[in-house]
Write a protein that binds this ligand. Structure first.
Ligand SMILES: C[S@@+](CC[C@H](N)C(=O)[O-])C[C@H]1O[C@@H](n2cnc3c(N)ncnc32)[C@H](O)[C@@H]1O
Length: 276
């Protein structure tokens, strides 16, 4: 079944506001990157089936209509070539995956993987993820966010382009159901420490690997887990496949930093007088 998002107009719908601080500031630059013949063919033939034509859609997506199943939805921001995305989706047929990316050759590559592996639990949106989240994903509807090797924007003057920054981290938190998670991996120590600080300061999230006493932390972190974990960072998640940018980082002897945050459960409403 094809995605049931109607094609029309553009995303600019009045009355819906972007996180003010990010207006016009993108966390990516469109890379020219060569598109192979196979990626081009996959894009042309398969995008009508697997890419959501969001057009002027300005209401939260109905996951069941999009995927044709009520399974929990993991949203991946910036899947790159999408090979890890396809592998994770193949290994988890009881979950659905929405990949958001702006890099066309990568979208072609993921479409090719979807076809090769005969996957029906992935859909793609070709657009800026910041806008997609703010406009198209309902609050408390996402089961997870995967963000693998986000662009690190190392220069100080470019820090404002970093995806993981408040207030956008608050948007991520808002979109998650209680108990759902954000899993981020990077090979940039500076970005890792920055993201740890931003996510730790985001209301509604807690860090199961945080040091006792840290905002949002629930356990001692430094030195735990056979020295794998620096304070506040998660141990490597064995289920995550290697990604293209991870391989590049490893080739330069970069350490891989993993962050894992959990959305707090919604508070149970206190009974009113009449409830006692
Ligand atoms: C450094 S690459 C990592 C790709 C892949 N996750 C990997 O590990 O190989 C970052 C990717 O995020 C995408 N990206 C960055 N900001 C984005 C945004 N706001 N919306 C959608 N994609 C974004 C870029 O186009 C790029 O493909």
């Amino acid at each position: 079944m094809g995605p049931s998002v109607p094609a029309s107009a553009d995303l600019g719908s009045p009355g819906l506001s972007l996180t003010a601080s990010r207006r016009g500031i993108k966390s990516y630059v469109l890379r020219s990157g060569r598109t192979s013949a196979a990626q081009k063919r996959a894009y042309e033939e398969l995008s009508p089936r697997y890419c959501l034509n969001i057009g002027a859609w300005d209401r939260p997506l109905d996951w069941e209509a999009v995927f044709g199943s009520p399974n929990p939805v993991t949203v991946e921001i910036g899947f790159g070539m999408g090979i890890a995305t396809a592998q994770i989706a193949q290994e988890n047929p009881d979950r659905n995956y929405l990949g958001i990316e702006v890099h066309k050759p990568g979208i072609g590559r993921l479409l090719w993987e979807i076809d090769k592996r005969k996957l029906d639990n992935i859909r793609i949106i070709e657009h800026d993820a910041v806008e997609v989240l703010e406009r198209l994903i309902g609050d408390r509807t996402a089961a997870a966010f995967h963000i693998f090797f986000p662009d690190p924007w190392p220069k100080k003057k470019h820090h404002k382009r970093r995806l993981i920054a408040r207030p956008f981290t608050g948007v991520l938190a808002e979109k998650l159901t209680g108990g759902a998670y954000i899993y981020l991996v990077t090979d940039s120590e500076d970005y890792a420490r920055w993201a740890l600080a931003e996510l730790s300061a985001t209301p509604g999230l807690r860090n199961p690997y945080g040091r006792a006493g840290d905002a949002g932390g629930d356990m001692a972190g430094a030195g735990d887990m056979a020295g794998l974990v620096d304070s506040g960072f998660a141990p490597p998640q064995s289920w995550r496949p290697l990604t293209k940018f991870e391989a590049k980082g490893l080739a330069q002897n970069h350490r891989i930093w993993e962050l894992y945050f959990i959305k707090n459960e919604d508070p149970v409403p206190k009974p009113g007088k009449e409830g006692r």
